[in-house]
Design a protein around this ligand. Structure first.
Ligand code: SF4
Ligand code: SF4
Length: 493
């Protein structure tokens, strides 16, 4: 039986605004895996190649790799380029026999079409196409400086100050203007802080205004609220649900694994309040995305945390700790590469035992996203505006204190793109050591801020490069096991 199993929903970004609290470009999780029905996915390929490719000319892509899953199945992929797919032994044998002869039967022809559509075959061209730019303009609205936690790695200098509603509306206007001027059909707003849920009236007024302005200008609008989870009362959750906002909650571990670096303003641990907030969100009908920051204090507790999250069928993403620019963390939260790799593998083992319905290829390895090829690690410097409570516009929330424009400027996004003094989020081809890396369009070279702090330059590979290189195959194998698990359950039913 020629089985080709892949996640049909991979190409459907759910919501850019779904980025977790410390995140940047995370795209929502996709559900539903199945053996693919034949469909024309040649749109994945440039027009010129689509026109010339004929089934009889197709061979395994020169960069095709496989990893064994069990005696019958392998996971196949072309790094930086293809979909990740599970192939049965018969499908692998078919690959070895390519190109197809003229007497091939219809099942083989269809399977070759499918393998080509997934990017696993080519007509001789070894090139990896450069990914297209995003069509969504993302804006981080720093609604308040107030927060009830004092996390050891927070980059915000807290105060009680919040954005006024007039500034919030001007900020929305600036985002809409930028979208129109630069040709974006969609905007994604992240309501953030501080702790944005402490200012729900402001969130509501801003969101209502954003909905009206987006509708008026024919822009699609995605929006989410980033929260530490501790102040999510049933009343606030009802308001979040009524607005239809995505909810992202930060939680680094259970008990001390979280509390070492995430204390309340009074110095108590916060994990109990966060998990209670998550349970209340679920009771209110909201499924939050959980943002996990992996630090030296949380890495060993990841398996326990993942069991807790998987018990509740909660989507999550794992990001690596980055030192704040505003004077350093309260203790050293960096773990060395070997400890990180070992800790992440223990976490992946938990997932392998009980794979979720959704793909985790964009959520398991810091800023890497193995589901969506991309040239830049995040939207910074390209399609991203970070607006503080005074209306100043910065490139990244990590450097909120280094604005390069203002919402009342004629073209804040243009100024961000032209700025050469602040953080420079280079395309991966501009980074020494990255441009020839097999993983380049899935990794994109890591966070620019972290790279600059570690190396003093932006055109270098990430300080986490060894971790990315070690764990990319683990993530792919895990995705293969997940696809196989749900395919076998479906075919047994
Ligand atoms: S940081 Fe390392 S893994 Fe990532 S693209 Fe650069 S060389 Fe490749
Ligand atoms: S520069 Fe780094 S911290 Fe800033 S948005 Fe990009 S990945 Fe995140």
């Amino acid at each position: 039986m020629i089985d080709i199993i892949w996640d049909q929903a991979h190409n459907t970004p759910r919501n850019l605004a779904a980025a977790p609290a410390n995140d940047c470009r995370r795209i929502g999780v996709a559900h539903d895996c199945r053996a693919v029905a034949l469909q024309d996915c040649r749109a994945l390929w440039p027009e010129a190649r689509r026109a010339t490719a004929s089934v009889q000319a197709l061979r395994p892509h020169a960069l095709l790799r496989t990893l064994p899953l069990d005696d019958e199945y392998q996971v196949a992929f072309v790094p930086s380029c293809s979909q990740i797919a599970v192939l049965s032994r018969a499908a692998c044998r078919l690959l070895e026999r390519l190109p197809l002869g003229a007497d091939s039967h219809v099942e083989e022809l269809e399977a070759v079409e499918q393998l080509f559509a997934l990017g696993l075959l080519s007509d001789g061209d070894r090139a990896i196409p450069a990914p297209a730019a995003s069509e969504v303009l993302v804006a981080w609205l720093h609604l308040t400086n107030a927060c009830n936690l004092r996390c050891g790695y927070c980059y915000i200098q807290k105060s009680g100050e919040s954005m006024s509603i007039a500034t919030a509306q001007d900020a929305v206007d600036a985002v809409v203007r930028a979208a129109i001027r630069h040709g974006y059909p969609a905007i994604a707003l992240k309501y953030a802080g501080g702790e944005a849920s402490l200012r729900m009236a402001l969130v509501e007024q801003t969101h209502r205004y954003a909905q009206a302005q987006a509708a008026r200008h024919g822009l699609a609008l995605q929006a989410g609220l980033l929260s530490n989870g501790t102040a999510l009362t049933p009343r606030r959750l009802a308001r979040i649900a009524a607005m239809g906002l995505r909810l992202m909650i930060s939680l680094d571990g259970l008990a001390a694994d979280n509390d070492t670096s995430r204390l309340t303003i009074g110095g108590a641990g916060s994990s109990g309040s966060v998990t209670a907030g998550i349970e209340r969100a679920l009771a209110a009908g909201i499924v939050p995305d959980i943002a996990i920051t992996v630090t030296s204090a949380s890495v060993d507790g990841l398996p326990d945390l993942l069991v807790w999250l998987l018990d509740r069928d909660l989507p999550f993403s794992l990001s690596f700790y980055r030192e704040p620019s505003c004077g350093g963390a309260s203790r050293d939260l960096h773990a060395d590469a070997q400890r990180m790799i070992a800790g992440m593998r223990r976490a992946y083992a938990v997932i392998a035992r009980r794979p979720p319905r959704w793909s985790l290829t964009g959520a398991l390895l810091d800023r890497a996203d193995l589901a969506h090829a991309h040239r830049r690690t995040c939207a910074v410097g390209e399609n991203y505006l970070v607006i503080d409570h005074h209306g100043q516009v910065a490139k990244c929330q990590m450097v909120l204190d280094q604005p390069v424009s203002h919402i009342r400027a004629d073209d804040p996004l243009g100024m961000i793109r032209l700025d050469q003094a602040g953080v420079r989020n280079l395309a991966v081809e501009e980074k020494a050591g990255c441009r020839s890396c097999d993983w380049r369009y899935w990794c994109a070279g890591g966070c620019a801020v972290a790279t600059h702090r570690a190396t003093g330059s932006y055109d270098a590979r990430s300080p986490n490069c060894a971790i990315y290189q070690s764990l990319c195959p683990d993530v792919i194998r895990l995705e293969g096991l997940r696809l196989l698990h749900w395919h076998q359950l479906a075919t047994r039913a």
